[in-house]
Design a protein around this ligand. Structure first.
Ligand SMILES: [Zn+2]
Length: 397
């Protein structure tokens, strides 16, 4: 969804609200209240600077024509703000029509005006403005690969704070795997000493220094040296690991932060019921990257369908550690959307960036002729087409 903000600055107070509304009504239909609420919500969530931005709260009229909406703010006496919301570029002609009506009206009333476009921007429902993820979590996510992630998930399922020996049996893991999780600090450990005679716990220690003490610590149940008692290593998921496993928004935020660093300016984070999404919007059609929830069920695909229909993406990149979701590629491709599933989360930001790059190049190539019709010169003369083709060939290899 795109929008344009514009303002007419007048040389006098505008006292013809009722008249102009009747003119505009001939172009579009007045809107019901619920739409007004949704539209307001859309903009009240935008991360624009509120001081400079328009706040559509008071004297607002809304008109719809086809799938576009025009909001007019009459709350300032000598300014008339317009906000035009549309989906397709060719719907801009509807905005031009509204603008012409207003200009003609002003001319007839001898009102001088200055028209200014404030911004042309894209906004979305439920955009996330603040990323809660900190640098420490970022560094842990960068170490993760799919196998590690799934192993940690398994550990979480059987319960945290278990004896290593039990854990190995319960999840059929090997000790090296668990030690690797320990060394990467996805797990933390402690040691527990248990009296062989009574089966009761003697002491819990964060390390094994207790075994190297000269005095020799003795079991207070039976009196034997602690070295002769049963020792168990207890493994616990760290706080960071628990945070990472709690919600896959972590991956969406991680990739968002990484791609923003790479100057992806038109990138938005959008959170909906069944997935977290990044919207890459530097092309005239967006590329949506959906991070599917771990418990994503095939029937949830209908929610995705509805979601994508509002964006009409050129392509979608699905991210899930569940390989079975490969079927979604076919599902969406049959609907005419390019779809790719990424299963491996190691280097996720790089995989996604590469995919966006190749899709973007392909898009520019395919769409070039279509856009040439808008100009009196050929777009391909501006783009070094042969270079793009070379790049594309390299990407496809
Ligand atoms: Zn003992």
């Amino acid at each position: 969804m795109k929008y344009i903000e514009a303002v007419f600055t007048l040389n006098q107070e505008f006292n013809y609200k009722a008249d102009i509304i009747s003119y505009f009504s001939k172009l579009g239909n007045p809107v019901i209240n619920s739409t007004k609420v949704n539209l307001y919500k859309l903009f009240s969530l935008s991360n624009e600077n509120k001081e400079k931005g328009m706040i559509f709260m008071q004297d607002v009229e809304i008109f719809v024509k086809e799938k576009t909406a025009l909001l007019i703010d009459f709350s300032k006496l000598t300014k008339v703000y317009l906000l035009f919301i549309y989906n397709e570029s060719d719907e801009m002609k509807i905005f031009e029509a509204y603008k012409k009506v207003f200009e003609k009206f002003c001319s007839n009333k001898n009102i001088e005006f200055e028209f200014k476009l404030l911004k042309t921007k894209v906004s979305f429902f439920n955009p996330v403005n603040e990323i809660s993820m900190n640098e420490e979590v970022m560094s842990f996510v960068s170490l993760l690969d799919t196998d590690t992630y799934l192993l940690l998930k398994k550990i979480k399922e059987v319960g945290t704070s278990l004896f290593k020996s039990d854990l190995i049996k319960l999840i059929n893991a090997n000790e090296e795997e668990l030690n690797s999780l320990l060394s990467k600090k996805f797990l933390s450990n402690e040691y527990v000493f248990i009296c062989k005679e009574t089966g009761r716990q003697i002491i819990q220690a964060s390390n094994l220094d207790i075994l190297n003490q000269n005095i020799g610590v003795k079991c207070f149940h039976c009196g034997k040296n602690i070295k002769e008692e049963r020792m168990e290593e207890v493994l616990t998921l760290t706080q960071n690991t628990n945070y990472i496993l709690s919600n896959n928004i972590v991956f969406a935020e991680y990739v968002y932060k990484k791609l923003k660093e790479n100057l992806f300016s038109e990138l938005y984070l959008d959170v909906v019921e069944v997935c977290k999404n990044l919207i890459y919007n530097e092309l005239s059609k967006p590329i949506v990257i959906s991070f599917l929830d771990d418990d994503f069920k095939i029937h949830d695909v209908f929610f995705l369908d509805i979601y994508y229909s509002s964006y009409k993406p050129y392509a979608i990149i699905l991210v899930s550690t569940n390989k079975a979701l490969k079927v979604l590629e076919d599902y969406f491709q049959n609907k005419g959307i390019k779809a790719f599933l990424i299963n491996e989360i190691y280097n996720l930001d790089v995989s996604i960036r590469d995919k966006i790059d190749s899709l973007a190049k392909e898009y520019v190539l395919n769409e070039l002729d279509k856009y040439s019709s808008y100009f009196n010169f050929r777009l391909s003369e501006i783009f070094d087409e042969s270079k793009i083709k070379t790049d594309l060939a390299t990407v496809q290899e």
